[in-house]
Design a protein around this ligand. Structure first.
Ligand code: MET
Ligand SMILES: [Zn+2]
Length: 773
């Protein structure tokens, strides 16, 4: 059998950080000046080679191990830099590496003071990329970061020198352009894709250099193709890939779409491109049938069957059937087996996880294990299952056990979800009646003041928690510490003169992790880090089973806080969608079901908080916007269940208990109708950066419940002055009725220090007092 007649094991991208967040450590050490550039470059090179060998050893085919998937900060930034899209304010920075990092994270050094490029979410993931600003006058120019070759070429040659043939990964021109934003100076009808003719020569040049370096396959990532796209994209796609193909007819081009299925009209265009292969994320297996029915002969299909977005083992039975379907339709030589997307969004390896319950661990798979899955499926497709019988049997067995495991299934929880009744999706009275009851009980002044929940989490607090977690401190000692912290926080709030107080959240390490640790159905990895942006990684909780609340989670500390003051106390919870969104979720039931389970657990907590004397309860949903599906057609259904989940959590209380919610980190205007349907008595919204947009939305959508547009930005230690906050408040009052308006910062204060926090809140309360006169 010639090599040509085999299915190929491929990968789209490997996580960059290393088994122990090695890259993070090297980069941060370079930033702090502890190590020099040579040290950073060397450790990066080591990591890359390590990841290439790992994939090669595992059995990813030569020529299909990704390179240029590495990045010192962000791969979209890498492309902007490589294309010479360097805004004026960074140009005075001489050293290119410093310039690159300044664009990524800002720089305050040697007389330079520049902010970072804006960050945006990479599609519907928790990875953030840096956005560049383009205009009709943007000129592109190939700009290497290190040495004299651009990154894709340099990394290809580096791997080649190690004896590894890689498949360079380049962000495709369509996705690259669509991900940037138009300059304010650009005409309003400026189309980012109109820059394509200027940009393509650079792509051609990179391809030429890769060709002469010896590359055979080039992977163009075009995840933007899974979005709803304007018709102009079809033309741009054709122009781009026809030109690239003409410029290098002997290079094999793979266009990789992922994070969803491709729209029907877009897929037809993609299938007609003069490329050698197309990659599909087999999220919806129906799309495989459609593509198989019309794929032109000669085109290779890369089937993304191993999910690159979760932490669960593949299901060989199901995934192998899909691979087989492709093989029977196309023949072995026209099928690549691949993860659904780059493995960037999955932790490095399970091998360092020693504390996870071994039964659950046996259902899991991180990046390294997912590579093995790709290879196993490929071997089975090539030589029959018998060749990998052991692996198949183990996989089938693990999945069977998982399906039936009592660890996952809690009949009571399932029953409770199916018993959710319409009355649980509704407060018993409308806002106006509730408002009267709450006013009678709370007796709040005009422009009531409050905060978003957390108060400074000083080093002291984090050290205390560390000591408690590693057993150095007893439960009593830790509780005493937290009680003292809460006592101090209440005193300070009373002294400042805030109206609705909070306990300060000092007992919480993280607003999702804290709840995960207190609920059934969650586990925590020791080392399951994924990159969030730059050197920042997060370790999401893992939801593996039905979620329930074995005991109250927040009542003790809220009640304690309440006992220390006569003022209104606000109970603080993280909402169901945010808990879901910031965790790895199970793949054996719809996200909606998991969210409803969490919502029911929160509902019990809300009722308990009310019984313990909390007259105000806030349920934060900062992540509700980021859960919005990429496709318009799926958005309505999502928003429906997201709103329902909030209602399930919040409607168990009496009319005179006031429900708040809080939103931040995204632009909420597009989901304002949904926010209204959540029917909270008050919402506080981060507002410092997009002032006007939010306020006009309030007007447009006729928002008529309590609202607290953040009066100052908590992301900086700067103390906002009385005058500027007063001015802002006055501007807000031209859009919002005065008896609905709340006065608060734009988010929690946990990242701030006490001094600036106290000073800022003092000014804020003074503004409220002055306005009441
Ligand atoms: C990211 S939103 C944060 C809300 C939370 N209650 C806090 O104050 O920290
Ligand atoms: Zn917030």
């Amino acid at each position: 059998m010639s090599a040509k007649s085999l299915v190929t094991a491929t990968n789209l991208g490997f996580p960059r950080m290393g088994a122990n967040r090695d890259l993070k450590k090297s980069i941060e050490s370079y930033w702090s000046g502890k190590t020099d550039l040579q040290t950073l470059l060397l450790s990066a090179k080591n990591l890359r080679s390590h990841h290439w060998y790992l994939q090669q050893t595992a059995g990813i085919s030569n020529g299909h191990i990704p390179s240029n998937d590495f990045s010192f900060y962000d791969h979209v930034l890498d492309h902007s830099f490589m294309f010479g899209v360097i805004p004026e304010q960074y140009k005075s920075i001489q050293n290119k590496v410093d310039q690159y990092f300044a664009m990524g994270r800002g720089r305050q050094q040697d007389g330079v003071d520049v902010p970072a490029l804006e960050m945006k979410k990479w599609f519907d993931t928790n990875y953030h990329y840096n956005v560049s600003t383009l205009s009709p006058s943007t000129e592109f120019k190939l700009t290497p970061l290190i040495g004299d070759k651009v990154k894709p070429v340099q990394e290809f040659l580096e791997a080649k020198a190690f004896g590894i043939r890689t498949r360079p990964v380049i962000l495709g021109p369509i996705t690259y352009l669509l991900l940037q934003k138009s300059a304010k100076s650009a005409p309003s009808d400026f189309d980012l894709l109109s820059l394509l003719p200027k940009l393509l020569p650079l792509y051609e040049q990179i391809l030429a250099e890769l060709k002469s370096a010896g590359a055979e396959w080039i992977q163009f990532d075009e995840p933007a193709l899974v979005m709803d796209l304007p018709a102009s994209v079809t033309t741009a796609l054709k122009t781009a890939y026809e030109r690239l193909h003409e410029s290098q007819p002997y290079l094999s081009l793979l266009v990789a779409t992922y994070f969803g299925t491709v729209q029907e009209k877009t897929i037809n265009t993609v299938l007609e491109l003069p490329i050698s292969a197309i990659h599909l994320d087999i999220k919806a297996p129906e799309q495989l049938d459609v593509v198989l029915s019309k794929i032109p002969s000669g085109l290779v299909l890369s089937v993304g069957v191993v999910n690159g977005r979760n932490v669960w083992k593949a299901n060989y039975e199901k995934q192998f059937a899909l691979v087989n379907k492709a093989v029977s339709a196309l023949g072995k030589n026209r099928v690549f087996v691949a993860p659904s997307c780059s493995l960037l969004h999955t932790p490095h390896s399970l091998s360092s996880e020693r504390k996870i319950n071994s039964e659950i661990r046996n259902w899991m798979s991180f990046s390294t294990e997912k590579i093995d899955e790709v290879v196993t499926l490929t071997i089975a497709a090539n030589h029959g299952i018998a060749k990998v019988q052991g692996a198949f049997d183990a996989n089938l067995k693990a999945n069977k056990f998982r399906e039936a495991s009592p660890l996952i299934h809690n009949q009571k929880v399932k029953q409770a979800v199916s018993n959710i009744s319409p009355s649980m999706l509704k407060r018993s009275e409308a806002f106006e009646a509730r408002n009267r009851a709450q006013q009678a009980k709370l007796q709040l002044p005009l422009f009531p003041t409050t905060t978003i929940g957390s108060f400074p989490q000083t080093k002291e607090v984090r050290v205390a928690r560390q000591k408690f977690k590693n057993g150095e401190w007893s439960q009593e000692k830790y509780d005493e510490f937290i009680a003292a912290e809460i006592g101090r926080t209440i005193k300070i709030q009373e002294e400042i003169g805030l109206d609705v107080l909070v306990h300060g959240e000092s007992e919480r390490n993280d607003m999702v992790e804290y709840f995960g640790e207190n609920l059934e159905g969650f586990i925590f990895s020791e080392n399951g880090w994924v990159q969030s942006y730059g050197s920042r990684c997060v370790k999401p909780p893992i939801i593996f089973g039905d979620v329930s609340r074995p005991h109250p989670m927040t009542v003790k500390w809220s009640a304690y806080a309440k006992s220390l003051t006569q003022r209104a106390m606000k109970g603080m919870l993280t909402g169901p969608v945010t808990i879901l969104q910031w965790s790895f979720v199970r793949d054996d039931q719809p996200r909606k079901d998991t969210t409803f389970q969490i919502a029911l657990a929160l509902r019990e907590e809300v009722v308990d908080l009310e019984a313990a004397g909390m007259s105000v309860i806030q349920i934060d949903e900062p992540a509700i916007r980021e859960g919005l599906p990429l496709r318009n057609s799926e958005q309505e259904a999502y928003l429906k269940w997201a709103v329902d989940a909030f209602l399930i959590s919040s409607t168990g209380v009496r009319s005179d208990t006031q429900i708040h919610s809080h939103f931040c980190y995204s632009d909420f205007n597009s989901i304002f109708t949904a926010i209204k349907k959540m029917d909270a008595d008050c919402v506080t919204i981060e507002n410092s950066k997009s002032d006007l947009k939010l306020l006009t939305a309030l007007e447009t959508f006729g928002y008529s419940s309590g609202i607290g547009p953040g009066l100052y930005d908590i992301h900086s230690p700067r103390v906002p002055s009385f005058d500027e906050m007063k001015e802002r408040l006055e501007a807000i009052l031209t859009y919002v009725k005065k008896d609905l308006l709340w006065i608060n910062p734009d988010c929690g204060l946990k990242t701030r220090g006490w001094t600036e926090t106290i000073a800022s809140l003092r000014n804020m309360v003074e503004v409220a007092k002055a306005m009441r006169k």
